[in-house]
Write a protein that binds this ligand. Structure first.
Ligand SMILES: [Zn+2]
Length: 385
């Protein structure tokens, strides 16, 4: 009798579990994937609008015909230091009686989007102003390896075979290890595998040409191993590419950072320089100290809000969603953690700085979510925090 009773209970239990499982499968199906019944599903409160806040508006604005040369813009910042942009990418060059120092060679600069047949090379762009006439390009500096910033370097080397190419030694190592198999995917017209640096350094290097001076410094992988600070002390200009984006939330996932703690430190490292103008390598305007400070405040908000999301007990129940697929449940948990962090960051009544980031930084509505994911995951596992 007892055996029969136990058997009956077991059958009933199995049936009940099947019913619960079947119902749960239905309940788990949401736009976010599988979630446990009653789980605190995070809906991002902020609609994506693609609106550009006033702080992120283009200066100069190519859509109002404010570029010096129609589809690209060259402007002297101070004392022979010029920056050049196509509205999305930035590079700079310095003039002296001995020649020109160029920092980065983005393949997009010189590409005429309206009329590709009228496109010109980065060399043509540099020599389209009277100040550069008769001066050879003597030195070329790579800020880092990424081809969207140095994919036109070979054009400079073809025009000036003796050009000295300077980069961090890790940049050279990475460039040397490239196979060239993806050459067809290189960004921009006229983009080619960049020539290897002819001079490398490990920590600091001073580059001089005539009266022009640049201090190069490697402080860690704020974007990737080998990405350097480029500082012009005479003009008080600091260039750091793909890390800080004046007026804008960084490119997705903290600008595809490899080391989050070193990314965070880069803001203090930048502010330690005595600079007035900041060149971030991207987007549509130059930056100031105030821009870097504001960007740092945004990142500190994300850090605090990622911690709060990691400590949110309402999200922990997601781990029970699929005992047979813990990896999947954990990925969902991370997405929900990022969503919770993003909602906190974009609510000026909640985020620690009490800033309305949507009205301050372009793409805050789009990229904050990925920054929160990157930050939260790094805080969970990176011992540097
Ligand atoms: Zn990059």
């Amino acid at each position: 009798m007892l055996k029969k009773c136990i058997k009956h209970v077991l059958i009933m239990s199995a049936a009940l579990m099947w019913v619960v499982a079947a119902e749960s499968v239905q309940a788990y199906r949401t736009d976010h994937g599988f979630l446990p019944p009653g789980a605190n599903v995070c809906e991002l409160h902020v609609p994506v609008t693609l609106e550009v806040p006033p702080n992120a508006k283009a200066i100069p604005d190519p859509f109002n015909g404010e570029f010096s040369h129609g589809f690209y813009h060259i402007e002297e910042i101070a004392d022979g230091l010029f920056y050049v942009t196509d509205g999305v990418y930035q590079s700079m060059f310095l003039l002296s009686a001995q020649g020109i120092i160029v920092v980065d060679a983005p393949p997009s600069i010189g590409v005429n989007q309206q009329d590709p047949t009228a496109s010109i090379s980065i060399v043509d762009v540099i020599y389209s102003i009277p100040e550069t006439q008769g001066l050879p390009i003597r030195k070329l500096i790579y800020s880092h390896t990424h081809l969207d910033h140095i994919g036109a370097a070979s054009i400079i080397q073809e025009a000036f075979p003796k050009v000295r190419i300077i980069a961090h030694r890790k940049t050279k190592e990475q460039l040397r290890s490239g196979t060239g198999e993806l050459e067809g995917l290189l960004p921009g017209a006229g983009s080619n595998p960049p020539p290897l640096p002819t001079r490398t350094f490990a920590k600091n290097k001073t580059v001089r040409l005539g009266e022009q001076v640049l201090h190069l410094s490697y402080k860690g992988a704020a974007h990737e191993p080998g990405n350097i600070f480029v500082y012009a002390p005479n003009q008080k200009v600091l260039m750091l590419v793909d890390v800080i984006f004046p007026g804008w939330s960084p490119f997705t996932n903290l600008a595809i950072v490899e080391e989050v703690p070193e990314y965070i430190e880069a803001y203090d490292e930048a502010l330690a320089y005595d600079f007035e103008t900041f060149i971030g390598g991207h987007f549509n305007r130059l930056g100031s100290r105030a821009d870097v400070i504001e960007g740092q405040r945004y990142i500190m908000d994300i850090k605090a809000n990622a911690l709060a999301a990691l400590q949110n007990p309402a999200l922990f129940q997601i781990f029970g969603a699929a005992p047979e697929n813990g990896l999947g449940a954990f990925s969902i948990y991370l997405d929900q953690m990022a969503c919770d962090c993003a909602n906190r960051t974009l609510d000026p009544n909640v985020t620690p700085s009490r800033t309305d980031w949507l009205s301050r930084l372009g793409t805050a509505d789009i990229n904050t979510l990925s920054h929160c994911w990157e930050m939260g995951e790094a805080m969970r596992i990176d011992p540097s925090f």
